[in-house]
Write a protein that binds this ligand. Sequence first.
Ligand code: GDP
Length: 295
Amino acid sequence: MFEELSARFEDAVKGLRGQAKISDTNVEDALKQVRRALLGADVSLEVVREFVEEVRQKAVGAEVVRGVTPDQKFVQVVHQQLVEVMGGDNAPMAEAEDSPTVVLMAGLQGAGKTTATAKLGLHLKDQGQRPLMVAADVYRPAAIDQLRTLGEQIGVDVFSLGDDVKPEEIAAAGLAKAREEGFDTLLVDTAGRLQIDTEMMEEMVRIRSAVEPDEVLLVVDSMIGQEAAELTRAFHDKVGITGSVLTKLDGDSRGGAALSIRKVSGQPIKFIGTGEKVEALQPFHPERMASRILG
Ligand code: GDP
């Protein structure tokens, strides 16, 4: 994960080793390399600009405490900035006062939505909750079976009415069942398309009206880089989301999506998917991610 970025950051710091302090002049080269590293990682240009400026301001003239060398100080500042750009603290999942908590899973086809729904189901089950997954993706022929199979595998119930019923009716019926039978969380897997279109948005809005969710999570493939951030912004403008799940980070050596989403879209990353297996889901912690990037 993010190997390229890690290596380039390491190079950027080298020039500051052995310096007495961080000055306007000796920090220029390191900043240039940070800028190049971020652009190479496919981080959005507006994020790169702000990032480099912030690092410059915080690093130059910063008091270098005894025992902390300028290169170490620079790494600290970059770390701090990485955490900030990714949203600071972990954004926890919403919890409804009266159960069930209703979560809509949205996203483009192939982003990993159905997989993420099952991963979240398992995550909640592991926390002692009783989730119900609803198969409301009625267009992709295999989606309902896929969710059923995953549900059996992880021991989480799946509700479906086949593919002849409108998604908003399926979602509403799922909610009624969850209320009657005392499920804690309702996870609604919705249909994705190849790109954002009016029909998909209108359908999401209808489902949203039918179940009034506490969370609308946009599932985004991290491999699309900074486009992930634009997608999140566009989706939020049209449908309204509460956060995202960034998938396929295990295959992402660059990091542009993770570093751009929060700033560009204003929406927090709540979970990350790090593999095809149902266990491969983690809450997103900016602090841990920054440490991972900087090694
Ligand atoms: P959907 O169309 O959005 O519901 O996408 P799926 O859940 O069917 O996932 C599409 C493909 O991506 C499948 O082959 C999944 O196994 C794979 N996938 C999903 N999440 C991850 C992940 O975090 N890492 C990796 N490597 N593959 C993933």
